[in-house]
Design a protein around this ligand. Structure first.
Ligand SMILES: [Zn+2]
Length: 138
């Protein structure tokens, strides 16, 4: 595992915390490392809450910023197909399919992103999931 982690990529997961969801806010510090993978236990200095570095890492390692990935995925119900979204955004069809795949395996987290990053409503998010599920079957 990498020993250096970019703390600006993390945020507090405690919904009661005043700094909940704020990225690169300076409130997140490394508390300790644990396990054979040497994972970091992170701490929020604001609410004193702890969480693992694996939280919120769904879209790490992609070349595209998370918000852009989310924005692209959120267009799918409107455009009606991956091909349509690819045309509208300029992203490769296969790339979008890969993002869908990732999103589909981390529903809970990705739902949070949709609500938090894009300010979508629950109904809009449900529509996106509907499409993702349908898309998987066909
Ligand atoms: Zn906090």
């Amino acid at each position: 595992m990498a020993s250096e982690i970019d703390l600006s990529q993390f945020w507090c997961w405690n919904e009661e915390c005043p700094d909940y969801g704020k990225q690169d806010h300076g409130n997140i510090v490394i508390k300790q490392r644990y396990g054979k993978d040497n994972r970091a236990l992170l701490k929020c200095r604001t609410c004193k809450g702890y969480f693992s570095e694996t939280r919120g890492t769904v879209f790490f390692g992609l070349d595209t910023p998370r918000k852009e990935v989310l924005r692209t995925l959120s267009m799918i119900p409107e455009k009606g197909s991956i091909r349509g979204v690819a045309r509208a955004t300029g992203h490769d069809k296969d790339t979008i399919s890969k993002w869908l795949e990732i999103a589909g395996t981390h529903c809970e987290e990705v739902t949070k992103y949709f609500l938090q990053d894009l300010n979508l409503t629950r109904v809009e998010v449900d529509e996106i999931w509907e499409f993702i599920k349908k898309n998987k079957k066909t």
